[in-house]
Design a protein around this ligand. Structure first.
Ligand code: PLP
Length: 428
């Protein structure tokens, strides 16, 4: 029953029942967290065999003969570069393996660009005010980096097949101070959207007024499927080359949600021009990455097929959690006309939109009763969701019985706030 079709008295009756339910849940002193996309312990356990003495037969040697315990190989050991280059669809000389965090590599890429420019820049980005396009809802930590560096962020609407390319093309073509865009092209955070082939091709071919424009293509969820019919993403590097813009894209990814988020391997893939310049700059910053970890990962994961098999084990743990959340959303909110959400085929999040003006109040109510959700607004630049609608749900970390409790409480909050809004009683 669509709630907006109900009369005032019916709504008031419902509201009072929901408040009783809320108070009952609150009195349980819940302490649950659905705020961040962290793997759960069972997922982490999947990679524990990696910590066995895999080096016994190898004497810590990479196939190149390099002793992984020592300095050197600034861009990574060859077998690991080959593995992750194949995973990302680039060649071995188009990749750098970094430390344990791709976010760190993104931060460094922005920091280098601000101080020195990128390949083909006429001057450092930081010399003049610059802007970034930010498809939203998006990843809060991307926006935090650009905000920290004083880069003005322009919100771009997300469509079901990716960012609104009419806006992206128009703005990029007319404004030289727009130097880049944040993209999560596969199972996007938080909407779970995979960009269509058309969107990828338009990115590769579009005109940019800034000659040193860069797409920050954060392929964090490259193999993070939840179903046996995964989304396919067109290879942006191939498309950029075909379109005559080979230097346009920086591709990022990591094994954070393949093996361990605290002890994985991060990667940056880009054209050889970009990679050569970055390697030169990196060699001032470090004498080399943790190659023991790279060897450990390569021996454990073995091949792209090995990674795919491993990811199926993650999916087997995660799918029931996503199904639990989706089931409760449907049973509590379905058909009431007060919220919409996605059913992602991969990634780490479910994105929910409330009635306009209700997200902040719903998240606040949930927090007051012991359930922490990602702060409303976090999925937009400057933490400001213009319609105050979007809420990111992260189902991966809590055990299923906790998820059920957290979701019951959360959906009760959404209903209370929505009814108050319909009754004109929502204080903002
Ligand atoms: N990129 C996206 C889109 C993410 O959602 C996350 C983590 O949630 C990260 C990057 C973090 O990656 P890393 O652990 O490699 O720094």
């Amino acid at each position: 029953m669509v709630l907006s079709a109900l009369g005032k008295n019916e709504l008031k009756q419902m509201l009072s029942e929901l408040i009783t339910r809320y108070e009952g849940l609150k009195s349980q002193n819940l302490n649950l967290d659905m705020s961040r996309g962290r793997p759960c312990t069972e997922q982490l356990n999947l990679s524990d065999p990696m910590m066995e003495n895999l080096f016994r037969d190898y004497g810590f040697k990479s196939e190149s003969g390099t002793d992984c315990r020592n300095y050197g190989l600034i861009d990574g050991i060859p077998e690991a570069k080959r593995l992750f280059a194949e995973l990302l669809g680039v060649s071995e000389n188009e990749i750098i393996l970094g430390g344990n965090s791709s976010l760190n590599m993104m931060y460094d890429a922005i920091a280098r660009a601000m101080s020195f420019g990128v390949y083909g820049s006429r001057e450092p980005w930081g010399r003049k005010p610059i802007k970034f396009l930010c498809p939203s809802p998006g990843y809060d930590r991307h926006f935090a980096i650009t905000e920290l560096f004083g880069i003005e962020m322009i919100t771009v609407k997300m469509n079901p097949d990716g960012p609104d390319m009419d806006t992206v093309e128009r703005l990029s073509a007319e404004d030289e101070s727009i130097k880049g865009i944040w993209c999560v092209p596969k199972y996007s955070n938080p909407d779970g959207i995979t960009y269509s082939d058309t969107v990828v091709r338009r990115f590769a071919a579009m005109k940019t007024k800034a000659p040193d424009f860069r797409i920050f293509w954060d392929n964090a969820y490259v193999v993070h499927h939840l179903t046996d019919e995964p989304d396919e993403l067109l290879n942006i590097m191939d498309e950029c080359k075909k379109a005559g813009n080979p230097d346009r894209v920086f591709i990022f990814s990591s094994t954070s949600k393949i093996t361990y988020p605290g002890a994985g391997i991060a990667m940056l893939a880009a054209s050889q021009n970009n990679i050569q310049l970055i390697k030169k700059q990196l060699s001032i910053q470090t004498i080399g990455p943790d190659k023991i970890n790279q060897l450990r990962h390569t021996l454990f994961l073995k091949s792209v097929q090995g990674i795919k098999e491993h990811m199926k084990k993650h999916a087997a743990i995660l799918k029931p959690k996503f199904d639990t959340v989706l089931g409760i959303l449907e049973s509590e909110l379905g058909g009431k006309g007060i919220a919409e959400w996605n059913s992602p085929k991969g990634g780490y999040f479910i994105s929910l939109n409330t009635l306009p003006g209700c997200a902040t109040a719903a998240v606040k109510m949930a927090k007051e009763a012991g359930v922490v959700i990602t702060p409303a607004g976090a999925t937009y630049p400057y933490g400001h969701d213009p319609e105050d609608r979007n809420i990111r749900l992260a189902p991966t970390l809590p055990p299923i019985d906790e998820l059920k409790k957290a979701m019951e409480l959360f959906t009760v909050c959404v209903q209370i706030v929505s009814i108050k809004k319909l009754l004109g009683e929502l204080n903002r």
